[in-house]
Design a binder for this molecule. Structure first.
Ligand code: GCU
Length: 336
């Protein structure tokens, strides 16, 4: 099942850069056994994922007396997510934040958590993705590809935005070319909602919206603001069609090479990062909303029931195997 996608140009450049850095690098203490986990991220330095992981790196450095640290490379500098996951798998980069959509391309069972209607809200989602009895097998399923899934970061609720006017129901999306993440579930999701999906990397969306290559995109308010998509697509329609999920993945060899003591510190700091991220998510979403309103973004409510009805068949289409059903049922049972 190992994916054999070639590295794109960005990924190749990133790999060369890191090789050069490794040649010139070294351990400042001279001890020779320090480990820097380089982490690929496609968000800005103001995004909750950057803040929580940067703090994780600093705290880990302290907790291990400088033996282990995490360095976050923001803004796709190490490549877009499709390249980043390959770089982590082959050990060129040690860690990455990737959307669930990337993991469904490596193991289709991850599709369950990428479906609209599985999670009611962020709280429900975080309860499910932190429950070892539900996600244990799923998270270890990529180890044959040298990838360990540490856990999830919420993407919050995602909605549709465009430059032309308010979307109120599926009919308003007819003929609209809408950027989606590179995943079968996301392609089907936009088709079910009435639009025409156009898969592309996150970092290309601003220019594609600005130049009219696409008419619309969908994301949470934090990314809509931090990526400046709000400058080029002023109508934000509260479809709230999906509670999205990111994962933090680490190269299995690098993770297992740590001493037991350092790995315990690493796991503790990761748990703290999840708590910090989830807390930041609420405050940063509220802040983003206010800032967006102040900048002239036009929010509108939609016919939620019509979108929910249109999206329902996706569950039947994608939750087909016994193991997918087990994950889905356990996730739904955890909803309050
Ligand atoms: C969110 C998510 C990213 C993802 C992006 C996208 O911002 O946190 O991991 O890449 O959406 O739409 O591509």
């Amino acid at each position: 099942m190992r994916s054999t996608k070639f590295l794109g140009l960005a990924g190749t450049a990133a790999a060369m850069m890191l090789t050069l850095a490794a040649c010139g690098g070294g351990d400042a203490s001279g001890a020779g056994d320090s480990k820097e986990f380089r982490l690929a991220l496609n968000q800005t330095e103001t995004h909750p994922s950057y803040i929580a992981l940067d703090n994780m790196g600093k705290n880990l450095d302290k907790a291990t007396d400088g033996r282990v640290s995490v360095d976050v490379y923001a803004n796709e500098t190490l490549g877009a997510q499709q390249e980043a996951i390959q770089l982590v798998s082959d050990g060129t980069v040690e860690m990455a934040v990737v959307s669930g959509t990337q993991l469904e391309n490596l193991n289709p069972e991850f599709q369950v958590f990428n479906l609209p209607g599985v999670f009611d809200n962020v709280e429900h989602q975080m309860k499910v993705v932190g429950d070892e009895t539900i996600v244990g097998d799923l998270y270890s399923s990529l180890e044959d590809q040298n990838l360990t899934v540490l856990g999830g970061f919420t993407q919050g609720t995602r909605s549709i935005y465009n430059a032309k006017g308010p979307v109120k129901g599926p009919a308003d999306m007819a003929g609209m070319k809408i950027r989606v993440q590179e995943s079968d579930v996301q392609l089907d999701m936009i088709k079910a909602m009435g639009g025409a999906p156009a898969p592309m990397a996150f970092g290309e969306v601003y220019t594609a919206l600005q130049s009219g290559v696409i008419d619309a995109a969908e994301n949470n308010e934090v990314s809509y603001l931090t990526q400046k998509h709000s400058e080029v697509a002023k109508y934000f329609s509260n479809t709230n069609h999906l509670v999205g999920l990111d994962y933090v993945v680490v190269n299995t060899d690098a993770y297992e090479a740590m001493s037991a003591e350092d790995r315990t510190a690493f796991d503790e700091q990761w748990t703290a990062a999840v708590t910090e991220h989830t807390g930041l998510w609420t405050t940063e979403t509220e802040k983003a909303h206010k800032e967006l309103e102040g900048s002239g973004v036009k929010f509108n409510d939609v016919d939620t029931a019509a979108f929910q009805t249109a999206l329902k068949p996706l569950i039947e289409k994608y939750v087909t195997t016994d193991s997918a059903k087990k994950i889905y049922d356990a996730a739904r049972a955890a909803a309050s």
